[in-house]
Design a protein around this ligand. Structure first.
Ligand SMILES: C[S@@+](CC[C@H](N)C(=O)[O-])C[C@H]1O[C@@H](n2cnc3c(N)ncnc32)[C@H](O)[C@@H]1O
Length: 214
């Protein structure tokens, strides 16, 4: 009887998880735009939780999530204590934007390209953190460079950028980022394992040139 209770509870959690991450939408988008998705499955809850933990919640300023996808990291940011009115999610894919707006009706989900970030945000707002799931290794290099320039521009007054990558060594895009690495952590409970890095843009200096992306 107790065993049945446990498995029913687990089945309900699995079904809730699948409903939220909408694997159909994810795999359809992966099939249509593999380079822009850059992942073989949605981020795990463990990865999402570790990303969210890097975000300072007590300060003021906006928290910007880039590449919201299925919303796993959006959920973790809210659970971490980020107030919904401080959070803006930028996503390029229409099907993901639609899902995110359904799942998080109280959050501003912006349909746009992270390479144009400063044009998508209200002018003059302080940005405290950028939390990015963007596949910087598989996007075209000019887009990746434009995205990193936006971080540089928007975070120069003391914000942080948090990015994960499946490249557990130094990914190529790091050579274009003028920022100080303040944290680095590997999350093994993700498919594939991922490295989360946090960057600070005050007193920035160029990071070292790097290895190629896989
Ligand atoms: C690794 S996937 C999604 C990760 C998300 N954490 C998840 O688990 O569902 C990367 C996301 O970045 C989005 N994306 C790619 N290029 C983008 C761009 N230039 N601007 C905004 N979003 C972009 C993709 O549409 C996709 O949703």
């Amino acid at each position: 009887m107790m065993l049945r209770g446990i498995s029913l509870g687990r089945a309900r959690r699995v079904s809730e998880y699948l409903k939220n991450i909408a694997p159909g939408v994810f795999f359809q988008e992966l099939y249509n735009r593999p380079g822009a998705i850059g992942a073989i499955c949605p981020s795990s809850r463990y990865l999402a939780r570790q990303m969210a933990r890097q975000v300072p919640v007590s300060d003021d300023g906006l928290i910007i999530e880039l590449g919201g996808g299925t919303g796993v990291i959006t959920r973790a940011l809210l659970d971490h204590g980020v107030a919904p009115d401080r959070l803006k999610v930028v996503e390029f894919s229409s099907p993901f934007v639609q899902r995110l707006r359904q799942r998080f009706p109280h959050i501003d989900v912006i349909h746009g390209n992270a390479a144009d970030l400063s044009l998508l945000l209200p002018p003059g707002m302080k940005i405290r953190a950028i939390v990015s799931s963007l596949p910087l290794c598989s996007l075209p290099e000019p887009i990746t460079r434009a995205i990193l320039q936006q971080w540089q521009l928007l975070l120069q007054d003391g914000g942080v950028a948090i990015q994960f990558t499946y490249n557990l060594r130094l990914p190529k895009w790091r050579a274009h980022l003028k920022a100080r690495q303040t944290e680095s952590k590997v999350v093994w409970a993700n498919l594939p394992p991922a490295n989360i890095t946090t960057f600070s843009f005050t007193q920035a200096k160029l990071t070292h040139p790097s290895h190629e992306c896989p």
